[in-house]
Design a protein around this ligand. Structure first.
Ligand code: C5P
Length: 218
């Protein structure tokens, strides 16, 4: 990949999505957003402009006086609207670290609370749109898109390779399920041409610096 100038803008999405069941309940996942926040810190430290799109119940966002904008989302639909506003116009690189739900309730009770009922409850789920694949469709020449793949270790590299192709990504960060809730990450950056590299197990902040350097390298 050719290099980007210092001062390029990187859009980082991080954290889970919460998919509403009713006005108080949701289906969510265990993403903390920590790696995404570390990616934002690392990109900022390297002199880039950063837009950090952060999901619900994540670690606090950094608070820099300049070159950082924080946007919040809650559901996949919120993040879809945010991305429609920001991409491709406002950033050069998209790092899609958010753990977007793959399914959501088909019929949410938007302004009420479902009653408890003795016979149980069946919630019908529908697939969410693949947001990063949508960003690939509308990207402009020179823009880069990096996705994430969190999988059991045994399927990790095969899944990463097939996700790059299916979604049309430039690269994907493959990391195993053990990364969740851990202080460390042992991630591998897999490129669209099939090449891959890993810095070994690192703290999330060290890994973020390594990854941003690779992705934004001039
Ligand atoms: O297909 P899977 O969910 O494993 O792919 C993970 C990658 O795709 C992540 O980069 C994630 O942010 C993105 N994704 C997305 N929209 C979805 C599901 C995942 O953009 N509905």
């Amino acid at each position: 990949m050719p290099g980007l100038p210092q001062g390029a803008t990187v859009l980082i999405t991080a954290g889970p999505t919460y998919e509403p069941i009713d006005s108080v309940r949701f289906i969510g996942n265990r993403s903390s957003g920590r790696l995404g926040v570390e990616l934002a810190r690392a990109a900022h430290a390297m002199g880039h402009n950063v837009i950090l799109a952060l999901g619900p119940n994540t670690v606090p966002a950094p608070n820099f006086a300049d070159r950082l904008r924080v946007e919040r989302f809650r559901s996949c639909t919120d993040l879809e609207s945010l991305l429609a506003r920001l991409w491709p116009e406002q950033a050069d690189v998209l790092i899609m670290a958010a753990a977007v739900a793959d399914y959501r309730p088909k019929h949410a009770e938007a302004s009420g609370k479902l009653r408890r009922q003795a016979e149980g409850l069946t919630i019908e789920l529908e697939a969410t749109p693949d947001l990063v694949a949508g960003c690939v469709q509308r990207r402009r020449p020179g823009q880069r898109i990096i996705g994430f793949a969190l999988e059991p270790a045994a399927q990790l590299m095969a899944s990463a390779a097939s996700k790059i192709k299916r979604k049309g990504l430039d690269a994907i960060v493959a990391n195993s399920l053990e990364t969740m809730d851990s202080d460390e990450i042992h991630g591998t950056l897999v490129q669209a041409d099939g090449s891959s590299e890993s810095p070994g197990p690192l703290s999330k902040s060290m890994f973020a610096a390594w990854l941003v350097d690779r992705v934004m390298r001039v």
